[in-house]
Design a protein around this ligand. Structure first.
Ligand code: GLV
Ligand code: MN
Ligand code: MN
Length: 410
């Protein structure tokens, strides 16, 4: 079996050219014209590879290679191509185009799968547009039902239904959920997004568990006014309450007793945003994660308690919206074993590790045995324009993936 590294690297480079930020930064937000153009490019590659392409009502894209035997659950692989503002070229893309390359190399080797093998490109793994991550896999797995999905609104108040219809994705949201037994296994290739593999000079990570993320949207309302005229004792400054809350997020995550707990206030929108005006309204986006779901929940509760206390002391109104609080996922042993056997066959060193970032596999693990494989990325950098994975590491990941798909598809 031969992986065509040159072909794959050319496609990764081409995919990076679909961006709304100046290169090397990649910004590719759900349902923007740039996202739609990137999807069309991916579709053309899948069709060229002889795969049968379909899209569901959310825009999840499936590219299928039928198996020799009818009626068997398929083996899925894939990831996402959407990218947060000012991200890089490899997050998600390596799993989608690398998955395609693994399928092509199996086809070109003359292999015939018993089960279908299917490439999946998930809609909106990133939470950029509607505030929740893993939108596509959340819906595919039934973790969220149509009613929960229909409530989603973007920053301009546009509903998911309006947004998807504008991009040509229609049909009932109920139809997105996959039928039981649709997949017999799922495996996702991804860059590590952390420094461990590179630091230890190990080319392959076998992901045993995915950390549990929770996201809060906090809206604070104080009293605006003239920055010169309102005396300090009379102020109810929403930004200052937000600043205290952000520090509390840091304190709560850092004092959980485990380095696995992390907390980030990544959104801090200030209204009206004028230097001579007291901030009257602030919106915070808070992300708290842990591999231990209960410990994560204790930290979330501590932060919510602090928000109440801070706002009461400062006379600030608050609304707290828990956008998601997902449980962690454990990998399927059979898929891990297939990955391990494939890495061994290729003579590649590997280690078992947890994923601190979340991935669509967090939700795929709810419907079929699922595991991920990681490859190193430079300095562990991700979600930034200088994100980088070396071609030889990408090729090694694809080789392990291809053999794993072959093992699982029989
Ligand atoms: C996914 O991009 C994450 O935030 O972990
Ligand atoms: Mn990401
Ligand atoms: Mn990703």
């Amino acid at each position: 079996m031969r992986v065509n590294r040159q072909r794959l690297m050319t496609e990764i480079e081409k995919m990076a050219s679909f961006t709304d930020a100046p290169p090397p930064a990649v910004t590719r937000v759900l349902y923007t014209p740039t996202d739609i153009a990137a999807r069309a490019y991916l579709k053309s590659l899948c069709m060229e590879a002889g795969l049968k392409v379909r899209e569901d009502a959310l825009g999840n894209l499936f590219a299928r290679w039928e198996g020799a035997e009818e009626g068997l659950g398929g083996v899925g692989t894939g990831s996402h191509i959407d990218a947060i503002p000012f991200a890089g070229a490899y997050d998600g893309v390596v799993g989608v185009l690398g998955g395609l390359e693994a399928i092509r190399s199996l086809k070109e080797s003359g292999f015939t799968p018993r089960r279908p093998i299917e490439l999946l490109m998930f809609t909106s793994e990133e939470p950029t547009c509607f505030g929740v991550g893993c939108l596509g896999s959340r819906a595919l797995s039934g973790a969220w039902n149509a009613e929960q999905l229909a409530k989603l609104r973007d920053a301009e108040g546009k509903s998911l239904d309006e947004a998807r219809a504008e991009s040509g994705f229609s049909g009932p949201l109920e139809s997105v959920r996959l039928p039981e037994g649709y997949y017999s296994a799922f495996v996702e290739l991804h860059i590590e997004q952390g420094p461990l593999l590179e630091r230890e000079d190990i080319p392959i990570g076998l992901v045993t568990a995915i950390a549990a993320p929770a996201s809060l949207r906090v809206c604070l309302s104080g009293q605006g006014g003239h920055a010169g005229a309102v005396l300090m004792p009379d102020r109810r400054d929403a930004l200052l309450a937000g600043a205290e809350i952000a520090l509390e997020v840091e304190r709560a995550a850092s004092s959980s007793g485990a380095l696995d707990t992390v907390g980030t206030t990544g959104i801090f929108n200030v209204h009206p945003g004028a230097i001579n005006s007291i901030p009257s309204r602030v919106e915070l986006g808070i992300d708290i994660r842990d591999v231990d779901g209960e410990r994560r929940d204790r930290v979330v509760a501590q932060v919510i308690g602090a928000i109440q206390a801070i706002c009461e002391r400062r006379g600030i109104g608050y609304e707290i919206d828990t956008l998601n609080a997902d449980p962690p996922a454990l990998s399927g042993e059979a898929v891990l074993a297939a990955l391990e056997a494939s890495a061994q066959e290729l003579g590649l060193a590997y280690k078992r590790m947890a994923s601190r970032a979340y991935h669509d596999s967090l939700f795929m693990a709810r419907i079929c045995p699922t595991a991920m494989l990681f490859i190193p990325c430079k300095n562990g950098w991700s979600h930034r324009p200088d994100e980088y994975a070396a071609p030889e590491h990408i090729e090694q990941g694809v080789r392990v993936l291809a053999r794993t798909l072959a093992r699982l598809a029989g």
